[in-house]
Design a protein around this ligand. Structure first.
Ligand code: MN
Length: 201
């Protein structure tokens, strides 16, 4: 079965004022849909069409050479955005609790220190890409990826990712990526992040 864009688990306007309705509509309905359409076109008729995107993205080298670029970009875009929507919630924000709070405090000292490093990494990601909190096999860490590359390709499990493509923030924040990164913490769904950490360890 071909891949499809998952429904948002909340209304388009639910993340206002931190993430605006128009951005959510365009981002989810147009950008994510385009990744899905192009991924399906690239995979159609191949043995990879029905596979779990994560498994395909972990093994890009197994694909025919002419498929690798389109799949890396577009199935990567589908994977990253499918993680992204449930990472946000109108009931999100605040300080993390539970195992993810312990992991963050253990690695970075405090939630504030973690946020500062994560935001700085997001600002420093030149051009388009993502900033991540990943589990690298031994613990949590901050990484970034360019374009729609996924942490999976580095053997990492993504726990939390913020989209720093201009399409994620430009309508509301224009060139002020740091303001978007700072505001985004108000919508982070820590319950989902804890679930993802629980599935790793
Ligand atoms: Mn995006």
């Amino acid at each position: 079965m071909a891949h499809s864009v998952p429904d948002l688990p909340y209304d388009y306007a639910a993340l206002e004022p931190h993430v605006d309705e128009q951005t959510m509509r365009t981002h989810h309905d147009k950008h994510h849909q385009a990744y899905v359409d192009k991924a399906n076109a690239a995979l159609e008729g191949t043995e990879w069409a029905d596979k779990d995107p994560a498994e395909v993205l972990k093994n890009l080298d197994a694909l025919p050479e002419d498929k690798r670029g389109p799949v890396r970009n577009n199935l990567g875009g589908h994977f990253n955005h499918s993680l992204f929507w449930p990472t946000m919630s109108p009931d999100g924000g605040g300080e993390p609790t539970g195992p993810i709070a312990e992991a963050i405090n253990g690695k970075f000292g405090s939630f504030d220190d973690f946020k500062e490093k994560f935001n700085a990494a997001g600002v420093a990601r030149f051009g388009s890409g993502w900033v991540w909190l990943v589990h690298d096999g031994s613990g949590v860490d901050i990484t970034t990826t360019p374009n729609q590359d996924t942490p999976l390709a580095d053997g990492h499990t993504p726990l939390l990712g913020n989209d720093v493509w201009e399409h994620a923030y430009y309508l509301k924040y224009q060139n002020k990526r740091p303001d978007y990164l700072a505001a985004w913490w108000n919508v982070v769904n820590w319950d989902v992040v804890n679930e993802r950490l629980g599935a790793v360890s």
